[in-house]
Write a protein that binds this ligand. Structure first.
Ligand code: JFZ
Length: 587
């Protein structure tokens, strides 16, 4: 499709844009109450939480009538995996009696690990409530000899010890309820009334949890819902009862754009490159969320520390799961690891809490986090010659350098060929992760990555090699993968810095998704001194990506040019869900 090129608008890309975590609001400007940004403030500071999967499946501990859940599979799915009839599972649940449960001990362990929030399964897929619900008697108080409201005790212990109380709720999947999703071995799927399930169990229980257990930091929904409207009903329900309560991304279906306050990675997932939307990765200490007596694949403390640091270095939160045993105590191996992680956090928490995504690349020796005017270098491995090399350092003068554990002993840094050199002691003080602090003389800035091309290959421009500005965000979605959106006006943009080797004609193709209501949105595509005025075409629903041919342009000379995409006007909606822009040489 040939497009006439519009009047040339010269756009100059400012090199060395400060790149890093999106700042919701400049320091000092109050963030309005009742907004995601305000709700997210504690979440984006605290970074590290404890996930707890506990229920009748903990009694089975990965085994049912001689059948064993293979290690690497989820023990809390045992009812579904072996199609255990509701009647038999309920009978088993009668014996659930965590007599050694002590809420203060669980919360103290989370605290000792350096965790700041705690998410407990209030109702998992098996439909059993870990609190005193009025919806039915299938709950830990009315159904078992335990007779105590475990969530009530846990919420009180959290408040007492300064840990934020949160709960997990499986709002769609329910293998006990005839109208819940997922049990097609006891119930005829064609006869299910899912709306009834939502109105008679799911929403009433969420309401009970948000009115009977004090302030809730976040509700961790799971496995989405069928429609955006259903998800928005839950958001309205939660924020109507507790406006400051966060909602995770799994309230909505995975194929829809985010409805909650922050995005979840896939389980155990890790962002590739930095994501600018608030996000969290739920991870496990071994291979299962619910306890399994067969799964002893416990992660060593160093692995947990590295995952935590990597997550924070990319702007995310790390929600780490423990599956208590049926008696209410934590597996000793999990306790040992968490206590060692806590010892590291005691010494190095400054480099985690309140830190933001680092604009520096991933290094072979470790990762980096950033907070205020400090850059924290996390050394997972120690250089043999005791000299740390930080490449791609750019023009960033260092005011002071020292080990976080030895602030009085200053390190004399130097720079050569855009690489910062930091002399180190002969031995690593902490074999897992020794943190070097760099106090910067000015706000840290990093040049845009240079996108180069092979002799005859196209430029592939995406979220990894571009830099956003304004409200444009690098985001993730289970269906859509990594993409850019949240842009609604000319101040929101994505820019790439190209080094052209191949002069001549190029075919321009853009890949994006756009809902019907976004059709007609105008945007500017600026390539060097040339600017194309383009119009968004609908492609279907969220993340129904299409590649559109925008015609051809000529790059008359070799050398650096910048490319930018930005809305051409202000809109009440997103411009598009952008995936890639390709400039292909035409011969
Ligand atoms: C869900 C649950 O089914 C599981 O039992 C556990 O509670 C976990 C935290 O969440 O499992 C998932 C959900 C999403 C993904 C994988 C497992 N995912 O996005 O890859």
């Amino acid at each position: 499709m040939k497009r006439t090129q519009c009047a040339l608008i010269i756009m100059v890309c400012t090199m060395g844009l400060p790149v890093g975590h999106k700042i919701f609001a400049q320091a000092g400007t109050p963030v309005p109450a009742g907004t995601s940004e305000r709700r997210l403030e504690w979440f984006q500071h605290d970074k590290f939480g404890m996930f707890i999967h506990f229920g009748p499946y903990s009694v089975l501990a990965g085994e049912w009538q001689g059948h064993r859940i293979p290690v690497g599979n989820e023990a809390e799915w045992i009812m579904q995996r072996y199609n255990i009839p509701v009647k038999e599972y309920r009978e088993m649940a009668r014996q659930f009696n965590p007599a050694k449960f002590n809420a203060d001990d669980w919360v103290a362990l989370a605290k000792a690990a350096g965790m700041k929030y705690l998410v407990i399964t209030a109702k998992h897929h098996d439909g059993f409530a870990m609190y005193r619900t009025n919806v039915n008697d299938y709950n830990i108080v009315d159904w078992t000899p335990f007779k105590r409201d475990l969530l009530k005790e846990l919420a009180a212990a959290c408040r007492k010890q300064g840990i934020r109380f949160c709960f997990y709720y499986s709002q769609r999947e329910d293998w006990d309820d005839p109208d819940g999703y997922g049990n097609n071995w006891d119930y005829d799927r064609s006869k299910k009334n899912f709306d009834r399930y939502l109105e008679m169990k799911s929403k009433p229980q969420v309401r009970e949890l948000l009115t009977g257990y004090g302030p809730v930091g976040l509700v961790w929904f799971d496995r989405g819902l069928e429609t955006r409207e259903q998800a928005e009903d839950f958001v309205e329900l939660v924020h109507g009862l507790q406006p400051q309560c966060l909602i995770n991304g799994r309230v909505g279906s995975y194929g829809q754009d985010l409805v909650g306050d922050y995005q979840d990675m896939n389980d155990r997932g890790m962002a590739v490159g930095g994501i600018e939307e608030p996000w969290e990765t739920p991870q496990i200490l071994n291979e299962t969320w619910g306890y399994s007596k067969f799964d002893q694949n416990w992660k060593p403390p160093a692995v947990v520390i590295h995952l935590l640091v990597e997550t924070v270095s990319k702007g995310g939160n790390y929600l780490l799961n423990v599956g208590p045993m049926a008696d209410g105590t934590m597996p000793p191996a999990a306790v040992a690891t968490l206590r060692q992680v806590g010892a590291w956090m005691q010494q190095n928490g400054e480099s985690i809490y309140g830190a933001t995504a680092s604009p520096l690349p991933e290094y072979s020796w470790g990762r980096t986090t950033v907070k205020d005017n400090k850059v924290y270098l996390h050394l997972f491995s120690w250089p043999a010659d005791h000299v740390l090399r930080v490449s791609d350092w750019g023009d960033n003068p260092v005011k002071a350098a020292y080990l976080l554990s030895r602030p009085a002993e200053k390190l004399a840094t130097s720079e050569t060929d855009r690489t910062l050199l930091v002399p180190l002691p002969a031995q690593a003080p902490d074999a897992s992760d020794t943190v070097v602090v760099l106090e910067m003389a000015a706000p840290f800035k990093v040049d845009l990555p240079i996108v180069t091309q092979g002799s005859d290959s196209p430029f592939q421009l995406d979220y990894m090699n571009g830099s956003t500005a304004g409200k444009a965000w690098k985001r993730f979605n289970r269906k859509g993968g990594f993409f850019i959106s949240k842009w609604t006006g000319p101040a929101d943009s994505v820019t790439w810095n190209l080094l052209v080797s191949q002069t001549g004609k190029y075919r321009v193709r853009i890949t994006y998704a756009a809902r019907a209501e976004w059709q007609g949105g105008k945007y500017m595509l600026t390539i060097g001194p040339q600017s194309l005025a383009e119009v968004v075409e609908q492609t279907g629903d969220d993340f129904d990506y299409k590649t559109l041919d925008l015609g051809t342009i000529t790059l008359p000379q070799a050398g650096p040019i910048s490319v930018r995409i930005q809305p051409a006007a202000n809109y009440e909606h997103d411009l598009m869900q952008f995936q890639t822009l390709e400039l292909s040489p035409i011969y």
